[in-house]
Design a protein around this ligand. Sequence first.
Ligand code: 3HC
Length: 684
Amino acid sequence: MPAINAVISTERHDNVFVIISNSPPVNALGADVRVGMDAALTEALGDDSVAAIVIRCDGKTFFAGADITEFGKMPADPILPVLCDRMEASPKPIVAAIHGTALGGGLEVALSCHYRIAVPSAQCGLPEVKLGLLPGAGGTQRLPRVVGVEAALPMIVTGNPIKAKQAHAIGLVDRLASEDTLAADAIAFAKEIGGNMEHPVSSARTDKIIDGIQNPAIFDEFRAKNARALRGFEAPEACIQAVKAATEHPYAEGIKVERNLFMKLMMGTQSAALRHLFFAERAASKIDDIAKDTPLIDVKKVGVIGAGTMGGGISMNFLSAGIPVTILEMQQEALDRGMGVIRKNYEATAKKGRMTAEQVEGAMALLTGTLSYDDLADCDLVIEAVYENMDVKKQVFTKLDEVVKAGAILATNTSYLNIDEIAAVTKRPEAVLGLHFFSPANVMRLLEIVRGAKTGPSELATAMALSKKIKKVAVVAGVCDGFIGNRMLMPRQNQANALVMEGADYWHVDEVIVNFGFPMGPFQMADLAGTDIGWHRDPTRIESIRDQLCADGRLGQKASKGFYDYDESRRAIPSDAVKAIIADFRAKSGAEQREISDDEILERQLFPMVNEGAMILEEGMAQRASDIDIVWINGYGWPAWTGGPMFWADTVGLDKVVAGLEKYGLPVCQLLADKAASKGKLTK
Ligand code: 3HC
């Protein structure tokens, strides 16, 4: 196999010239790949004995996109759009042979080929929008010309990939290959078409794009339908504009629109933030001080203690991943109820078409209910999800220590209790760790893996590996009150309350946070979670506004009244009764009332969170700043386009954050002060 360079080689099969990329892990289209492909193309085009060309990849996937690590640097020649144009202009037909994931620039390469053949397990997509970008190598112009605007818009604007079978159905893929014989099938395809004179050129096609030309309303309809999901993000609108340009201009003009929009996005903060999150998510799964070859525990069976909302949701994660679960309750009635809810949730998913009836039964067949701890004896992992009370948790772990086999992981789903104290009641503290799921546990992507002082490396590495199996994004946290997420929530809530006492309307405090990009503000969140969370349950003891709300039965959305009144359609309306309660508290406190600006409302809530995050780093409770961003984006609705609290603080400027905290008389930790003074950043 003649090598062009370290990553590109070629093969000859009679009159077919095969260009092969082997650039692990995902065949990203970095400079070496582009240079090698360009040289291979020159060789093929200059050789009269070559009638057709195949491009394929070794390893786990076809090109998964441009090399994201090159973004923000001077691009090396040939840049991808030029290479794509050169391929498309080839007089000899080129066949793209697709396996794995043809994503972003990878799919743009395939679209620049004249034919595409794919294995059934392959996926095709243009996920650039998820990086705050749009396809910048002709994708916004070629895809709609190949599949039509109706099919292209969702692919480009949501960034979600489609399976090869669907790609074949819409004409993106010309032919499906056998799963194991892609290379040979592609060569056979190339031989078939090699003698033909005419070949389809994506950028010159006009047949499919006619849907968007004849019905320009399609763009506004798409905007309206997806407005909620796209709120706050710049790239989706740019994607829509680029595809629209494809219907309004010839290719040569449309591609200029694409390039301008692409460059604008590439220079912007949103794309930098979203690229930060891409790498942050991958970094989060790495545990710095644990060897890569640490042996993992084979988790074949999971036990869950508690069949309430949390225990049920946790169980569903494992059932959906095909791992058997035994769920334990104290009373038969509670067990039946909990298992019934799990079935109902699965059936609701099936009703929406996201699961088949067989899959529902398959998952339920893996679930066993029990009232006896003895049935947990052979579990490889047991997760406790009972009432948040240290004594209760200690009893559970004492019992688990007695019955569960040696070598198993014993996990608690506590959201703030001390894991080391829980581990201390067992004779195997190395087996104990925290698995803090977020409600609803079967939906929310975040998982905090809490590492106790004595948690063993195998146990920790296994928890991390398992998190991938159950499709969570996991972050390692140290033992501290509230771990990463809830710990940072506290200073925000304190400031929200203080702002209200000083004269801000609570619905205005919420509004400012929603305008920043959160799905809800602190008071809306309190209503959703229940105002009685952490309540002392004595209606005669009134020490805070929340105590009064609880005493009045204003327990939040579940009671149709909390900080807000809720109508039948769950619309939140500021409550006169709550306004009166607040007025009363303000009068009693004697606090001076004043107009508070939106800037102050925002800064007083978010800057202390940044400070708390910096303290978490300072104390080593998070491995890296980007882990904190992952927690807040995936667990608490922090707007992704800002990159998370730590990245956001860097973009605001740490000196400005520190100056703000000082102005409001709020604490500044040493790490934050030092970074600000040295003009450093929290993230790299
Ligand atoms: N560039 C550089 N590195 C990449 C990369 C890319 N496009 N895609 C993945 N990687 C790296 C990851 O950072 C990771 O590195 P690490 O091991 O050092 O952490 C490694 O490859 C493996 O990636 P994953 O852990 O994500 O592997 P999976 O098997 O879980 O997933 C994947 C594979 C589905 C290909 C996933 O990596 C992915 O979605 N990649 C990004 C695809 C993408 O966004 N492409 C568009 C790029 S932008 C573009 O093409 C612009 C163009 O229009 C001009």
